[in-house]
Design a protein around this ligand. Structure first.
Ligand SMILES: [Mg+2]
Length: 216
């Protein structure tokens, strides 16, 4: 099997969940919804939970239920000290440099935040491009529209030739349904239907070597 490209989610995939980025963004989301939209603070978690399950992201829910400017929201919630939280990952950088596959970022966040994260990790130059919520009309992963946009943007046509890494089960399952070789990145028990798991992104080449080309 020929692998044409590697598609990587950003947050929680290229660095471990739990380092504090998500908590910082999440806190900003709560404050935005309370202060800018007037949602009582004790109701915010429930509203967000509902949006996440129904629409895939809090932003998509807010767009459907409140008259918000996505740029305002994205700037607000991503205004966090990424550089203080994330440090350069030289090991990951070396692995990416060694791997000659084409590489893209597919993120439900935005390109400015993605750029800051990649910069902080020291791997920004290792990716051909970023497919974000602006590029996909705010239809987040796992919508087929998102994956189609990514394929078109990267100039690729065969989903079976792409390995897709993500730390959210429903994105991994959506990617699999779309035709990607889809990999869950993270520890713990994986959801039913997920075929591949790596504990850390540093193992991304294992999928290529062990599963796709066992003779190599
Ligand atoms: Mg993620």
């Amino acid at each position: 099997m020929q692998i044409q490209a590697l598609f990587f989610d950003l947050d929680g995939t290229l660095y471990p969940n739990g380092v504090g980025i998500w908590n910082a963004i999440s806190e900003k989301m709560n404050i935005f919804m309370n202060q800018e939209l007037g949602i009582p603070i004790d109701q915010v978690p429930n509203v967000r939970e509902g949006f996440f399950h129904k629409y895939g992201t809090t932003l998509r829910g807010l767009q459907n239920h409140y008259d918000i400017d996505p740029a305002d929201y994205l700037n607000y919630v991503h205004n966090i000290p990424v550089n203080e939280i994330l440090k350069p990952d030289n090991r990951l950088r070396n692995l990416l440099v060694q791997d000659k596959s084409r590489k893209w970022i597919l993120t439900n966040s935005d390109r400015d935040h993605s750029g800051r994260v990649l910069e902080a990790l020291g791997i920004r130059d290792q990716f051909e491009g970023i497919v974000d919520v602006w590029a996909t009309d705010f239809k987040p992963k796992p919508a087929p529209h998102f994956f189609e946009t990514a394929m078109r943007t990267a100039g690729l046509s065969d989903p079976n030739s792409i390995i897709f890494f993500d730390d959210i089960s429903k994105n991994v399952l959506g990617g699999k349904e779309f035709g990607f070789v889809s990999v869950y990145v993270g520890e713990g028990t994986i959801a039913e239907g997920i075929d591949h798991q790596i504990m850390t992104i540093h193992d991304f080449q294992k999928i290529k070597k062990d599963v796709l080309s066992p003779s190599e």
